[in-house]
Ligand binder design. Structure first.
Ligand code: PLP
Length: 230
């Protein structure tokens, strides 16, 4: 099976409202191009530098798709990130939100952001603690920043062998999503729940994801695994 077939197969088996973010880390320009020509609309990058390189290599095609940052963002990369990304899925502190806002204001660019939740409370992972109060406070903080538009929640969830074991974490994330929506924070329009990867996207969709992030199932195995950003 090639990339095109893999993409079309997944696209066909999931509901239309579910958006696919291609996890592009360690893939070549040719691989990404093949996925774009099969219909992929969102590229997810973990690293600002890799995104920059891919964006340039893709030329015209880069502007046909949306770019989402799905890895951690370092403060010294924000300016560069703002030039490429349509959405930053990994906001996890007021300090980071504020720093992005300040630079976005300088560039006069409004940017979509998601709050990343460390749903399994894993010490090795980024994201806010899985406590509603903390999530809501961060949402309220972001809502007051004029150049950020909070539109979603994102979670990685623990990487476990059996996707059934992450179900409870996805369910909990969906509960936060629902509660935060019902809180009707001004200037916040929560639309996207980004959760589920190659081994867990089916479970994630069952638990309410409307955005999934896929690498392996589309492109095949990576030579080694990288899950953090920079
Ligand atoms: C790599 C990555 C994915 C996709 O992982 P696969 O298991 O290859 O589908 C999704 N989200 C993030 C944040 C990633 O870094």
């Amino acid at each position: 099976m090639n990339i095109r077939d893999n993409f079309l197969k997944v696209r066909e088996e999931i509901p239309d409202y579910v958006q696919i973010v291609l996890a592009a880390k360690m893939r070549t320009k040719e691989e990404i191009e093949e996925a774009i020509s099969a219909g992929a609309e969102i590229i997810g990058e973990n690293y600002v530098q890799e995104a920059e390189k891919m964006y340039q290599e893709l030329g015209e095609k880069a502007r046909k798709v949306k770019w989402h940052l799905i890895g951690a963002l370092q403060k010294n990369k924000i300016n560069k990130a703002l030039k490429i990304f349509d959405c930053i899925q990994t906001v996890d502190s007021p300090e980071l939100a504020e720093a992005i806002n300040k630079r976005a204001e300088n560039l006069n660019k409004k940017i979509s952001v998601f709050i990343e939740i460390n749903i399994g409370s894993e010490i090795t992972k980024t994201g806010v603690k899985p406590e509603y109060k903390i999530i809501k406070e961060l949402a309220e903080y972001i809502s007051k920043l004029n150049y950020l538009k909070l539109e979603g929640l994102m979670t990685m969830g623990p990487r476990v062998g059996n996707p059934e074991d992450v179900r409870v974490h996805f369910r909990k994330t969906k509960e936060f999503f629902n509660r935060l929506r019902e809180a009707n924070v001004p200037n916040v329009e929560l639309k996207y729940l980004s959760m589920g990867m190659s081994n867990s996207y089916k479970v994630a969709i069952e638990e309410g994801a409307n955005m999934i992030r896929l690498g392996t199932v589309i492109f095949g195995k990576r030579p080694y695994d990288l899950t953090k950003g920079g």
